[in-house]
Design a protein around this ligand. Structure first.
Ligand code: FAD
Length: 394
């Protein structure tokens, strides 16, 4: 059995950011990150990859180059947690013990929850921005669309970046328009939810965007099956349970998501499967030496990398306080952000907190579509991510 003072599960956005901040605060800490992947992806770029602005490989870096200096990388999957005795087991059968545990394995994509999707995605007009394996097929599908129905879906339940299913819809619509095929393409956005966005101020703007673009929103539509042979998308209406079939020529699918099974099946989980943490301190509600952060956590806010950027300093401050046996004073207010791309030169930068009130960064109305905010998304935020956030600087 190996032992580390601090063990971080997951070397994604949250895991790397927290490790970097901890090392910056105290280089003598003994930290290990357990992460199976060779590559680390800046997932927000996948919206722009799907829209043809970047190549998929431009969204990734080698994980080895991002693990902070002095932090041990254990290249494995965590399989089980035993929090009463402060250890966990990896899929390789290794047992690792810790003094403090940070759980950050992200959200799980459940492709198999939509019948036929796993077999169909990536081919013949069925595409998705939600994985590195399938994101190239989005751009291919959009480019190949000359006429017919372009469908975009959003499933029931939590997804990472709740605005992303809409962003690719607006980009595709803009592409069709710029390339002279818009009159021959019907663009439909289906969502299992009851509205386009949770926060009223941004929802009102996005409703106008959809109306102006002629994008038809269909609410309470939950995709349950793809029949790729006949190009049919089968939905269940969330209220009436009625079956609805829409014929598509291309379909961008946002797969159903959930807490990772190995978290949901552990004692760390809340009833819904997420790592059960206090929504302000990020400390586990039952195991005081455990913290949770990011998409896998129970934090009741929209799951984004921007949220992680504000959660990380809170977690690090509170963990350092705990190590020094001092009270936990840092508090997370639920801040999250969703840069909703509305075309190839416009973006609405939504930012809000637990109260559902806008918590905006810039001194102008961010609910307005802006070219400057599009440039921020395309060039500013990726640089901020790789050079600032993952280095523990911002
Ligand atoms: P991740 O970054 O997903 O990292 C989880 C890590 O855990 C992964 O590296 C994974 O390999 C690892 N892991 C999984 N299972 C195990 C295991 N068993 N053992 C050990 N490690 C494991 N966010 C924004 O802020 N703005 C945006 O515009 C935006 N747009 C997005 C668009 C798309 C298409 C997508 C897919 C996401 C978008 N996001 C956006 C969301 C953002 O990428 C995530 O919210 C963020 O990456 C969450 O960080 P995380 O560390 O919790 O999870």
């Amino acid at each position: 059995m190996s032992h580390h003072q601090i063990v971080i599960v997951g070397g994604g956005t949250a895991g790397i950011t927290v490790a970097a901040r901890l090392r910056n605060a105290n280089p003598s800490l003994d930290i290990a990150i357990i992460e199976p992947s060779q590559k680390h992806y800046y997932q927000p770029l996948w919206t722009l990859v799907g829209g043809g602005m970047f190549k998929p490989e431009e969204s990734g870096r080698d994980e080895a180059d991002l693990i902070p200096y002095g932090v041990t990388w254990i290249k494995s999957f965590v399989d089980t947690f035993t929090p009463q005795s402060n250890h966990l087991a990896t899929r390789d059968g290794e047992t690792i013990s810790y003094d403090y545990l940070i759980v950050a394995p992200g959200i799980q994509l459940n492709w198999d929850k939509v019948k036929g999707l796993k077999e169909a995605v990536g081919k013949e007009g069925v595409c998705s921005n939600y994985s590195i394996e399938t994101v190239a097929s989005t751009w291919e599908s959009i480019r190949n669309m000359k006429q017919g129905v372009a469908l975009f879906t959003q499933p029931a339940g939590a997804v990472k970046c709740g605005g992303a299913p809409q962003k690719i819809c607006y980009l595709a619509e803009d592409y069709f328009r710029r390339n002279g095929v818009r009159d021959d393409v019907e663009v439909i956005f289906t969502t299992a939810g009851p509205r386009l966005f949770a926060v009223d101020q941004y929802r009102e703007v996005l409703e106008k965007v959809a109306a102006r673009k002629g994008v038809e929103p269909r609410f309470r539509h939950n995709l349950v099956e793809i029949r790729s042979a006949t190009k049919e998308a089968v939905y269940r209406h969330m209220d009436t349970d009625e079956e609805i079939i829409i014929q598509y020529d291309m379909i961008h699918v946002t797969p159903p998501m959930s807490a990772p099974d190995f978290v949901a099946n552990s004692e760390l989980a809340d009833e819904a499967g997420w790592v059960d943490v206090d929504k302000h301190t990020l400390q586990h509600t039952r195991f005081s030496n455990v913290f949770g952060i990011g998409d896998a956590s129970s934090l009741p806010t929209s799951k984004t990398g921007a949220a992680v950027r504000k959660q990380a300093p809170v977690l690090v401050n509170n963990l350092l306080s705990l190590i020094q046996q001092e009270p936990l004073t840092a508090s997370y207010d639920g801040y999250t952000s969703c840069p909703v791309v509305t075309g190839y030169d416009s973006l609405v930068l939504a930012e809000f907190d637990y109260s559902g009130q806008p918590a905006e960064t810039f001194p102008f109305a961010q609910s307005k579509e802006r070219f400057s905010m599009f440039l921020l998304k395309k060039f500013g935020l990726p640089a901020l991510y790789w050079h600032g956030m993952l280095r523990g600087r911002v």
